[in-house]
Design a binder for this molecule. Structure first.
Ligand SMILES: [Zn+2]
Length: 210
């Protein structure tokens, strides 16, 4: 059975907390957290919970072991097409890095190619690489745009993320139905005309719209 773990400064005096905890498995640490909540980690319903939480956290943060440029490599094609390419309504589920609670919503990505295009199915994969990490919505938005910029050096990239944050909804800080919108506009998307075209296409009810 796990020993009590020194999670607080009061108990841990000498070494850094990370050093002190490094001898314990993630499951042991989670069991300790459960007991500090005032729960009994040995009751039947909670017995397998630390293991499940560990697996679930590994899945929700798998983006750390993935590399955006590797994913895009092999999916870049020479093409003369120079109109706007839009992939919209990409679902995201991410974790806010301040509370480790989910935020979720939709991402809309657009770019205007300059000699190269990205295989369409790779754009949701790219979004996933950055979403499956501890994030803030602003950085997530920017990282998606920068990754596309770096991969194909297009004339411009636009990314809009609309998301709802459980850290606000569950903690009663904002109205439950409010959503946060962030955008990153690079290159020609800084021009009003291009930006407005992108935003109006995003708002249009497409084949997949509701
Ligand atoms: Zn938060």
């Amino acid at each position: 059975m796990a020993q009590p773990i020194a999670l607080t400064k009061k108990i841990q005096r000498a070494a850094e907390p990370e050093e002190c905890l490094s001898g314990y498995s993630t499951e042991e640490i989670l069991r300790e957290i459960i007991s500090r909540m005032g729960e009994d980690p040995s009751r039947q319903g909670l017995l397998a919970t630390p293991g499940r939480v560990e697996k679930s956290m590994a899945y929700l943060t798998k983006g750390y072991s993935e590399n955006a440029s590797e994913i895009l490599r092999g999916a870049l094609f020479d093409e003369d097409y120079d109109e706007m390419v839009i992939v919209k309504d990409i679902e995201i589920f991410s974790l806010c890095e301040h509370h480790m609670l989910p935020f979720f919503g939709k991402v809309h990505v657009a770019y205007v190619p300059k000699g190269k295009v990205i295989g369409l199915s790779k754009i949701p994969r790219l979004v996933e690489v950055f979403a499956r990490r501890l994030q803030i919505q602003e950085r997530l938005t920017r990282q998606i745009a920068d990754a596309i910029q770096d991969a194909i050096h297009p004339l411009g990239v636009g990314v809009v993320v609309e998301a709802r944050h459980l850290c606000m909804m569950m903690r009663g800080i904002e109205k439950q139905h409010s959503s946060t919108v962030t955008s990153a506009m690079l290159g020609c998307f800084r021009q009003k005309e291009t930006r407005l075209e992108f935003l109006s296409l995003v708002r249009q009810q497409g084949a997949g719209g509701q």
